[in-house]
Design a binder for this molecule. Structure first.
Ligand SMILES: [Zn+2]
Length: 300
């Protein structure tokens, strides 16, 4: 069975952190071993401690795309998901955008989704980790309008609850939480409260399961069963057509035992498949994310 994954930080690990490729989790060979047909590679704007600026770091990561050895899908998507592996791009952190006109350029470079904030407040809004209850800022609303017009998906992971509500209420942009779990199961601000997960499902959006140990299990070591529990919680909200993968590979420092890289996806599918029928498992594995990308394209 194919896999489509909504988030990994491999380009950042390679181009900004200069990590040894042999230590990475979402390399071409890991994707091939794990049956990953589609990998979303994030252009992560980086932290305040990284050298350069968000834009210079994005340029460096774009320069590293070719070294992945995974062909990038630019322009309109094919009718059917190719066996792959193929890559699509997202931007993680709205600091990459100074002017609305830049969105078109990013789109032409293969960017299909933008994570509105990372963990710092920016011109768009406030991150979940800030604890702020304020909503999107004026530039955030302008950006949504333009993203909707271009068919670029608004990624709600990292954004605070009020900001997420504002994006969903705006309604003219496709919305996803590319790498977030359920807060009632693991009380961490980066996880989505059930009520907002339900709203994303209602808006025909997407929620990708994050493999970060803390988001899955809090202080204890996470297991594949924890990934299943968070997935089940999303299915219980009616998320059969919204649930998918948001591994966060190469951006996390601990993960469930046995899920060491993209090569281990088949092990996870075995566990996830225990409680769902084959068609639903296929949607979770790749169908829902592929549909999100296709539907966003139709909107533009
Ligand atoms: Zn992230």
């Amino acid at each position: 069975m194919y896999i489509a994954d909504a988030h990994c930080d491999t380009l950042y690990a390679l181009a900004i952190r200069n990590r040894d490729p042999s230590t990475l989790q979402a390399t071409r060979s890991a994707l091939e071993q794990g049956g990953v047909a589609l990998q979303t590679y994030a252009l992560f704007i980086g932290t305040h401690d990284d050298p350069g600026t968000p834009k210079s770091r994005i340029r460096a990561m774009l320069g590293a795309v070719e070294s992945l050895g995974v062909p990038l899908l630019e322009g309109p998507l094919p009718k059917k998901l190719p066996p792959g592996p193929v890559a699509v791009l997202s931007i993680e952190g709205g600091e990459a955008i100074d002017r609305l006109e830049e969105l078109e350029l990013y789109k032409s470079l293969g960017v299909r989704m933008i994570t509105l904030t990372w963990n710092h407040e920016n011109r768009i809004g406030y991150p979940a980790l800030s604890g702020s209850r304020r909503g999107l800022k004026p530039f955030g609303f302008e950006l949504l309008e333009q993203m909707g017009a271009l068919g670029i998906i608004a990624d709600l992971s990292h954004l605070n609850d009020q900001g997420i509500e504002d994006v969903l209420a705006h309604g003219r942009v496709k919305a996803a939480a590319s790498h977030s779990n359920i807060r009632e199961l693991t009380p961490f601000p980066r996880n989505l409260p059930r009520a907002l997960a339900r709203e994303i499902i209602r808006a025909k959006g997407f929620i990708g399961l994050n493999f970060c140990g803390e988001f899955l299990a809090g202080g204890r070591p996470a297991t594949l069963e924890d990934v299943r529990r968070h997935g089940e919680a999303i299915l219980e909200l009616g998320g059969e057509k919204a649930l998918g993968m948001g591994s966060d590979f190469d951006g996390i420092s601990n993960w469930p035992q046995g899920l060491d890289s993209a090569a281990d996806f088949p092990k996870l599918l075995k566990v996830l498949g225990q409680g769902v029928d084959h068609a639903t498992l296929k949607d979770i594995a790749w169908g829902n994310l592929w549909r999100l990308y296709k539907e966003a394209e139709v909107l533009s």
